[in-house]
Design a protein around this ligand. Structure first.
Ligand SMILES: [Mn+2]
Length: 205
């Protein structure tokens, strides 16, 4: 799961956010069956600390990783703050991930801190809706720019898999390499499967 699973998530010492119970129950069920589940943190839920690892047994990953699956090399991540642009977010992320800032935030009464966070989350989503046309083209898609830069460092990567863009994308970078955006599960219902050494973007019916 490549991040932004929750609209906003924060763990206090003795409490976690209301809601999400059925989803967390389903995930627990899968983990109990022995299925390994990896949660990448997104910009909406980067405050998943160790609760979900301890309580449910998912594995939390905070930065993009490069792994080998079968014969393919994959780079997987959420995709926030990668590539050129988005300087405001890149700056704010330093505070979001700062331990002291997190401590201060945790001291605010949750009725207030969650109100602020949810208001902000809603606002950023509205901006995205107004501001983002379907596919901006190679030059303007920050994640494609990021993939191309990464390919210079490691030309073995076959698939770059990200979320964050909320748009299912299968974009060929070269004969050996694709950028895949998993889309979402609220509007597009898309996910990817790697089978027989081929990665496919699939729509859940
Ligand atoms: Mn995101």
């Amino acid at each position: 799961m490549v991040g932004d699973i929750f609209d906003f998530w924060f763990e206090h010492k003795y409490t976690v956010p209301k809601g999400n119970i059925r989803f967390l129950g389903k995930i627990s069920q899968l983990v109990d069956k022995g299925i390994k589940i990896h949660f990448f943190t997104g910009n909406h839920d980067l405050w998943m600390f160790d609760y979900l690892e301890k309580e449910i047994g998912v594995h939390i990953i905070r930065d993009p990783i490069t792994i080998q699956l079968n014969d393919k090399t994959l780079m997987i991540g959420h995709g926030d703050g990668l590539g050129p642009g988005d300087l405001k977010y890149k700056f704010i992320k330093k505070f979001f991930t700062n331990k002291f800032c997190q401590w201060v935030f945790s001291k605010i009464h949750p009725n207030i801190s969650f109100f602020i966070a949810r208001y902000w989350s809603r606002k950023s989503k509205e901006n995205e809706k107004h501001g983002s046309p379907p596919f901006l083209g190679e030059d303007k898609e920050w994640l494609i720019q990021y993939c191309k830069k990464q390919l210079i460092l490691n030309d073995k990567i076959n698939y770059f898999i990200f979320g964050h863009r909320h748009l299912p994308i299968e974009h060929k970078i070269n004969d050996e390499c694709y950028y895949i955006n998993l889309g979402d599960w609220l509007e597009h219902f898309t996910y990817a499967i790697l089978e027989n050494n081929k990665l496919e973007l699939i729509k859940f019916n």
